[in-house]
Design a protein around this ligand. Structure first.
Ligand code: 3EB
Length: 306
């Protein structure tokens, strides 16, 4: 159910979907506007954005529905959300406001209406443009235990961005560390060429790639600093899925060369075509890292056991 509405460009994995597996039984519910898979302690699903009453309102309703579903499934803790929005950089004809900014208004309204504390409960996230033919969607993973949000010392927390980027700030953490039954997980949010709150290297894909990788490494350092001494560190070169979203397909070779140079292990990498939520960003990279706990873990294709 977690298919991404995006064009695959290249990479070691052509499986453009999000998914996880669990040993216990999974129950799936499909309704108009959403589907949900639950297993004791975990929820995974997709919620469509209904824009009939406007994007800000539709986003608020989608997030409220998400929080309602999570409460009803006894998995109130949102770990990770993948957000795909048609025409993300276009101005809304009704309000003249950029669609990503309207999305941020709706998300902020839902967090505040449900009393969720941003600093402690913001999930790891990404926000990308998608095919204009379909509806926007939220894909989510949640659990009955909280994840630990991680911030990036090179960047202002997104929920503290100044209003120059929109009336309401984006609500997400730079990463989240979470404990599954089989793995420890580090979900690194969509990461871009931003330091402080400003976009760096406008128009320069090479420099944006370098800045983005520096941000990814900074987030990894923060996450590993909190790792207990006797556990393996999160490592981009082992057991990671790295997803590179490119605004322009012609930047694929530059991105591929830079990433191949940066990685030297067995991780999966995917290059997808997508608009990035700030119009001046050419690339966004997200990464999901994991470390098995204990021994004797057998991985079953195609999904990774949580
Ligand atoms: C940024 O750092 C780049 O709105 O949920 C990255 C990840 C970005 C998530 C979101 C936005 C979001 O601000 C954009």
């Amino acid at each position: 159910m977690g298919e991404l509405p995006l064009q695959w460009l290249a990479g070691t994995s052509g499986d453009v979907a999000e998914g996880f597996s669990l040993d216990q039984g999974v129950e799936t519910t499909t309704r108009v506007g959403y589907c949900l898979a639950t297993s004791p302690g975990f929820s995974f699903g997709v919620i469509e954005l209904d824009e009939q009453t406007g994007l800000a309102d539709g986003t608020e309703r989608a997030y409220r529905r998400l929080f309602d579903l999570l409460e009803a499934s006894d998995t109130p803790h949102l770990w990770r959300v993948w957000q795909y929005l048609p025409a993300i950089n276009a101005d809304d004809p009704e309000t003249g406001v950029e669609r990503y900014r309207l999305f941020n208004q709706g998300r902020a309204a839902a967090f505040s209406a449900t009393g969720r504390d941003v600093a402690t409960s913001a999930p790891a996230a990404c926000a990308l443009g998608c095919d204009e033919a379909g509806a926007g969607r939220l894909i989510f993973l949640a659990a009955n235990i909280p994840a630990t949000p991680i911030e990036n010392p090179r960047q202002v927390s997104a929920y503290h961005y100044p209003p120059t980027y929109g009336a309401k700030s984006p609500i997400f953490a730079r990463a989240a560390v979470a404990r599954g039954p089989v793995h420890d997980w580090l979900f690194i949010s969509g990461t871009a060429s931003i330091t402080g709150h400003a976009t760096r290297h406008v128009g320069d894909i090479h420099a944006q790639l370098d800045e983005t990788l520096a941000n990814l490494e900074a987030v990894q350092r923060e996450a590993n600093a909190e790792r207990p001494a006797d556990t393996a560190e999160f490592d981009f070169d082992a057991n990671a899925l790295i997803r590179v979203y490119l605004r322009h397909p012609q930047d694929l070779e530059s991105a591929r060369k830079r990433l191949e140079n940066w990685l030297n292990g067995s991780s999966q990498i995917q290059f997808l075509r997508a608009d990035i939520c700030r119009a001046d960003l050419l690339v966004e990279i997200e990464a999901t890292l994991r470390q098995p706990r204990g021994s004797g873990v057998v991985e079953r294709a195609p999904w990774i056991p949580l």
